[in-house]
Ligand binder design. Structure first.
Ligand SMILES: O=C(O)CCC(=O)C(=O)O
Length: 275
């Protein structure tokens, strides 16, 4: 039944938005999640955090993370919760992904950023540096649970950078390239001009896996910038990094034909990790 819903669903995306995705590497689409679903996602993760559920793969909970750092996010909650899996596989999101990719997507990751007041931003990076999806890049659906603005740490993107290759870090120079707040791309190319993307509560920002992006700090005293994020790959993908398995189709079935990426990779050493 769900299969039929997915395959007959008309994508709620305009030609202008699809064109922006092709030209600039991103677009914002409204109304894929209903406001009651957004309320439900928010309540679910507040409870998830309070219960001290696993928020990282290694078992760390919210409470165990140094509160001074405040970089708190849930990693892969869809592996522990059917509800989070349903949000990852949401039919409206699936329909937009299919339109943008030209083929059905496969789902590989969820994250939830709590980003409370005072939290640092995420350094500039490209998602497919970590996912190493091949032969095509990955794609993200980033849904704002709070309105994301320049004050509370919205995303910054470099339009057009989705056409570039993966930028490899200069490991001889800087061992802290993965630190929060610092650019993961070092030196940062002068021609890439990041612009802020403000997103209203409930809207979804789609961006390609080679798009250079990051986020600003949360400078407010009283507004979180919470976000539910799904990462996906194209159904023609032959491999994706090991942290992103099991791979699911948009009906929740495990897809075993996608291999675990090892060796090689765009930076020559098969760098793949959780970002
Ligand atoms: O939401 C953020 O602050 C960063 C998210 C991000 O970089 C991503 O989803 O790839």
């Amino acid at each position: 039944m769900k299969d039929m819903i997915t395959s007959t669903h008309e994508a709620k995306i305009s030609e202008r938005q699809a064109e922006q995705f092709r030209q600039d590497g991103y677009c914002v689409v409204d109304g894929l999640f209903s406001m009651s679903e957004i309320d439900e996602i928010q309540e679910f993760f507040e409870e998830f955090k309070t219960r001290g559920e696993k928020v990282y793969d290694d078992g760390l909970t919210y409470e165990e993370i140094d509160p001074a750092k405040r970089q708190v996010r849930a990693m892969h909650p869809h592996r522990y919760s059917k509800k989070a899996q349903d949000w990852l596989l949401h039919p409206e999101v699936a329909a937009v992904l299919k339109r943008l990719l030209g083929r059905p997507a496969l789902a590989v990751q969820t994250m939830y950023y709590f980003k409370p007041p005072g939290a640092k931003g995420q350094g500039m990076h490209q998602d497919n540096f970590y996912l190493v999806s091949s032969p095509t890049t990955c794609i993200a659906a980033w849904t704002a649970i709070d309105a994301a603005t320049t004050d509370n740490g919205c995303l910054y993107v470099s339009p057009g950078s989705h056409r570039r290759d993966i930028f490899c870090p200069d490991k001889t120079k800087n061992e802290t390239w993965l630190a929060y707040g610092d650019s993961h791309i070092n030196p940062f190319p002068r021609d890439l001009k990041p612009v802020p993307v403000e997103v209203p509560r409930g809207s979804t920002l789609f961006f390609g896996g080679n798009l250079v992006h990051g986020s600003g700090p949360n400078r407010t005293l009283d507004r979180s910038r919470r976000t539910f994020i799904g990462h996906y790959i194209d159904e023609v993908s032959e491999a994706v990094g090991q942290h992103y398995h099991p791979v699911l189709d948009m009906n929740g079935q495990v897809v075993s034909r996608v291999a675990k990426a090892t060796g090689g990779g765009p930076c020559g050493d098969g760098v793949s990790g959780i970002h």
